[in-house]
Design a protein around this ligand. Structure first.
Ligand SMILES: NC(=O)C1=CN([C@@H]2O[C@H](COP(=O)(O)OP(=O)(O)OC[C@H]3O[C@@H](n4cnc5c(N)ncnc54)[C@H](OP(=O)(O)O)[C@@H]3O)[C@@H](O)[C@H]2O)C=CC1
Ligand SMILES: O=C1O[C@H](COP(=O)(O)O)[C@@H](O)[C@H](O)[C@H]1O
Length: 544
């Protein structure tokens, strides 16, 4: 195997090098391609079969994907009825086995059962780790999506034993999918694979100790390592440096999942990317926004490109505006946007008493400075400067402590010219507008508001089993090296370049956000903003 020079960014002291001396170089090892797509069965199966290759050589090689999973009658992939493919949700077509010629034999890892994945949750004592990461890992384990050999390590400064970590994790695990058989048993098996190592985020020695423990579990196998940084962003770089220099894999891949926020403007985001790239290549960095893993978000392009009925309508000719609404009905709770300033409204929630209950203001949160001008609500109008979308407002709003919790996209169509039924509608043409609503949460749905004798005729899609695994899906993607749902650095730059100028202006001019009561529909200014573009927010009407 080729060796790689150690990175100049890692401490040179041999005390800090892991024994491979590939250290940062090992990060730059060619990434082993994961299972070819025919094998990317998601999951709950014990064996996957490759049958005939294009050159006629039989590749009948069973690949065990998980220890201890119940043995099932082996069958070829295409006939494997009971297997649930996680990404196969609503609107998707049933899985089709690709032609056998498409099997990329060169990328198939014949040593799969000799390899292992070590997942280290950095910041394991925190909120995100407990609420989302460990449950998602368990869901993957339950579904048979983790490889046969894997180990999970929690890493944080808090003092904890393996047993204490397991107790902490066990409280958050549920058999969320539905009532599943052997769930308790599976939980015990999963917890046995969880370990803890206490350490500082900036200590090469502590990461070296972690490396030693990981190696013991990896037991000489090809070791792939995934670090999930579930820590505040100001310590990302310290942790990446230590993980990369002292605990990266010597012979497999090393990947790092980084949680948002990715900076607070173009400059800080670029600085973060530069720092990360001192220790990692772009293809080792998985920037996660768990919303991208939600089933309906995944389905957007399917909806758009697989339904002919939308194709002729998808332009300024028929679409009046598009709205993105992301509302939360709770505040920060201890978890302390080239756009013109004119097209932005910011708000901050203030305390409010309703039904005898006093709800706190943003600045009442102990983790927030009492004179904070940080917005907890923002609305903006954006435009796409091309022939298809010229003049169509794309309105977005997001806020905390609002009257309800929802994330949805609303595509509002133009009014029907010379509507025969105007007399039934009166002058309020908005009442008759067609609207395609894509609701990401709380109840995933896609419905089309059409005018009919009975209003509100909807097309509700199968919602079963869709909510559970968005975090798990992203983790699995990171393990498989699938980057589609992660944010690349150039995408991030583009996103920040939209919002940075206006954020700077808000800050420089010390613009005070408009106050809105806790539990309300947000600042009045957001309605004026919409009205300026002759739009009515789709979530405010009585019938939504
Ligand atoms: N919670 C959520 O729902 C979401 C969180 N995120 C992001 O994910 C990351 C983790 O979130 P979350 O778990 O809520 O964060 P926490 O504030 O709970 O921090 C996670 C862990 O990091 C350690 N830590 C916290 N503050 C510091 C500090 N100042 N210096 C050193 N270590 C510290 C603590 O572990 P110890 O003291 O044991 O070392 C803590 O348990 C953050 O970047 C957050 O912005 C993104 C989306 C949603
Ligand atoms: O990314 C984030 O999402 C959470 C809400 O996540 P959800 O999946 O429970 O809707 C939000 O509270 C947090 O502020 C934001 O950073």
């Amino acid at each position: 195997m080729a060796t790689y020079p150690p990175s100049t960014h890692c401490p040179s002291s041999s005390a800090y090098s892991n024994n491979s001396s590939l250290i940062n170089g090992s990060n730059r090892l060619p990434q082993r391609t994961s299972f070819p797509s025919i094998l990317r069965k998601r999951c709950r199966s014990t064996k996957l079969y490759l049958h005939q290759s294009s050159n006629g050589v039989s590749l009948s090689k069973a690949v065990h994907v998980q220890d201890g999973a119940k043995s099932m009658k082996a069958s070829p992939v295409e006939n494997d009825g009971p297997v649930k493919i996680l990404k196969d949700g609503i609107l998707s077509v049933p899985p089709v086995t690709p032609p056998e010629e498409s099997i990329d034999i060169a990328s198939f890892d014949f040593n799969k059962d000799k390899s292992t994945v070590s997942i280290t949750v950095v910041g394991a004592s925190g909120d995100l780790a407990k609420k989302k990461i460990f449950p998602a890992l368990f869901a993957l384990y339950y579904e048979g999506c983790l490889p046969e050999h894997f180990t999970i390590f929690g890493y944080a400064r808090s003092k904890m034993t393996d047993a204490e970590l397991r107790t902490m994790v066990s409280k958050t695990l549920t058999c969320r999918i539905d009532q599943r058989e052997n769930c308790g048993e599976k939980m015990d098996q999963f917890l046995e694979r969880c370990f803890y190592h206490p350490g500082q985020y900036d200590s090469q020695e502590n990461f070296l100790e972690l490396d030693k423990k990981l190696k013991e579990h990896e037991a000489g196998r090809v070791a792939n390592r995934l670090f999930y940084l579930s820590i505040p962003p100001n310590i990302f770089i310290d942790a990446v440096k230590c993980a990369s220099c002292s605990a990266s894999s010597a012979n497999g891949w090393t990947r790092v999942i980084v949680e948002k926020p990715f900076g607070r403007d173009s400059e800080s985001s670029a600085a973060l990317t530069r720092s990360l790239k001192q220790y990692l290549d772009e293809d080792q960095i998985f920037r996660i926004d768990h919303y991208l893993g939600k089933e309906l978000v995944e389905n957007l392009s399917v909806l758009r490109f697989s339904n002919l009925i939308f194709e002729p309508l998808w332009s300024r000719q028929y679409i009046r505006n598009v709205q993105f609404i992301f509302a939360e009905d709770f505040g920060t709770e201890g978890r302390g946007g080239p756009l013109r300033l004119d097209d932005v409204v910011t708000g901050q929630y203030k305390s409010h008493t309703r039904g005898g209950v006093k709800y706190p203001a943003y600045v009442d949160d102990k983790t927030v400075p009492s004179d904070s001008l940080t917005p907890t609500f923002a609305a903006a109008a954006l435009f796409i400067d091309n022939a298809r979308w010229d003049g169509v407002p794309f309105l977005m709003k997001a806020g905390k402590a609002l009257h309800d919790r929802r994330a949805e996209i609303r595509v509002q169509f133009r009014h029907v010219p010379g509507n025969l039924y105007n007399k039934n509608i009166g002058t309020d043409l908005d009442l008759a507008t067609n609207e395609l609503v894509i609701r990401v949460q709380p109840d995933e749905a896609i419905y089309l508001k059409i005018n009919n004798k009975v209003p509100g005729l909807g097309m509700r899609l199968d919602r079963s089993n869709l909510n559970l695994l968005y975090a798990a899906r992203l983790l699995l993607d990171a393990i498989e090296g699938e980057r589609r749902l992660f944010i690349r650095s150039d995408e991030l730059d583009a996103a920040w370049s939209l919002f940075t100028p206006v954020l700077k202006e808000l800050e420089d001019k010390k613009i005070v956000p408009e106050y809105y009561p806790y539990g309300s529909r947000g600042p009045v200014g957001s309605h004026y903003l919409a009205a300026r573009y002759k739009v009515r927010w789709g979530d405010v009407g009585s019938e939504q």
